[in-house]
Design a protein around this ligand. Structure first.
Ligand SMILES: C[S@@+](CC[C@H](N)C(=O)[O-])C[C@H]1O[C@@H](n2cnc3c(N)ncnc32)[C@H](O)[C@@H]1O
Length: 281
């Protein structure tokens, strides 16, 4: 039975304004202009040649020359185009039309070839209609999805036999804390949808979004990994990092360009993880 926000017991209902999908899409549509103007996304620096991937990603991804890749939940396409700059033939997929419009403009401005497809994550196999050597995703992607089992099936369906998923994501452990301090505010385990009414935006502290209501979903690390295994993928590595790709807490210090760590004297916590998994040949 669907609830007032359009989410039924298994988180699948999605019809109508007020559903998790419609609320989140309106929020993400509105964030695009904020992000393009923000110092956080460094769009002008990217156009001038700056890279958007983290330093550790190259070693984990391996060479991308002549690799067919799909970037799921690609947002404004910075990481999509960074993969393309490494020689991959890339398609970015997102459900936000303004995000994809921005991504296409960035592709034009940088002269980097990439294609972009508008679709919900769960409709990706039908919308894309082909398989890839690499599925790339993460950095704030999974918390928007209600069902990890179906997500993993989508990933498996998009990979050719022998193809790989590379996921780099914020660690669910650190998602339990509030924005300002190590105070427990959110569930680690999936205890149902998490509703937020937050007009702010991580990329611009002065932003005031009108589509402020969002619905997020907690996915513990074990659930993410087990969903991939159950979808038939073979785990190649799972790495946990004591750094975060943005200043997750005000007291973090930049330890290397674009990565933030606990200050000296504070115990390290897992703030990001990456994993690579292979579809058997
Ligand atoms: C934090 S951004 C991801 C950032 C991206 N990984 C990057 O590096 O630029 C989350 C993205 O997920 C997209 N998204 C959220 N829910 C989605 C869904 N159900 N289907 C497709 N895209 C979705 C949003 O539009 C947004 O662009």
């Amino acid at each position: 039975m669907a609830t007032a926000t359009g989410i039924d017991e298994d988180g699948r209902a999605d019809e109508g304004a007020g559903s998790w999908r419609e609320l989140n899409r309106a929020n993400w549509d509105e964030r695009v202009a904020v992000h393009l103007a923000s110092d956080f996304y460094r769009v002008e620096q990217f156009v001038a040649g700056e890279d958007s991937l983290h330093g550790f990603e190259d070693g984990e991804l391996g060479p991308l020359q002549a690799t067919s890749a799909v970037h799921l939940q690609c947002h404004v396409g910075l990481d999509t185009l960074s993969l393309a700059r490494r020689g991959a033939e890339v398609t970015g997929l997102d459900f936000s039309r303004p995000a994809l419009d921005a991504a296409r403009r960035l592709a034009d401005r940088t002269g980097v070839a990439a294609s972009f497809v508008e679709a919900d994550l769960y409709d990706a196999p039908a919308a894309l209609g082909r398989r890839y050597d690499l599925v790339y995703t993460g950095k704030g992607a999974l918390n928007w999805l209600p069902d990890m089992g179906r997500w993993a099936e989508v990933v498996a369906a998009l990979l050719r036999p022998g193809g790989r998923l590379y996921l780099v994501e914020f660690h669910p452990f650190v998602s339990v804390f509030g924005d300002e301090s190590l105070t427990l505010e959110y569930p680690y385990f999936d205890e149902g949808p998490v509703y937020l009414d937050d007009p702010g935006d991580y990329a611009d502290p002065n932003a005031r979004l009108s589509a402020a209501r969002t619905v997020e979903f907690a996915h513990p690390l074990g659930e993410i990994v087990t969903s991939l295994v159950e979808a038939g993928l073979v785990l190649e590595f799972l790495h946990e990092f004591p750094e975060c790709g943005f200043r997750r807490f005000p007291f973090l210090v930049e330890s290397q360009p674009g990565l933030y760590a606990m200050p000296p004297g504070m115990m390290r916590l897992p703030m990001m993880f990456s994993l690579r998994a292979r579809r058997p040949a």
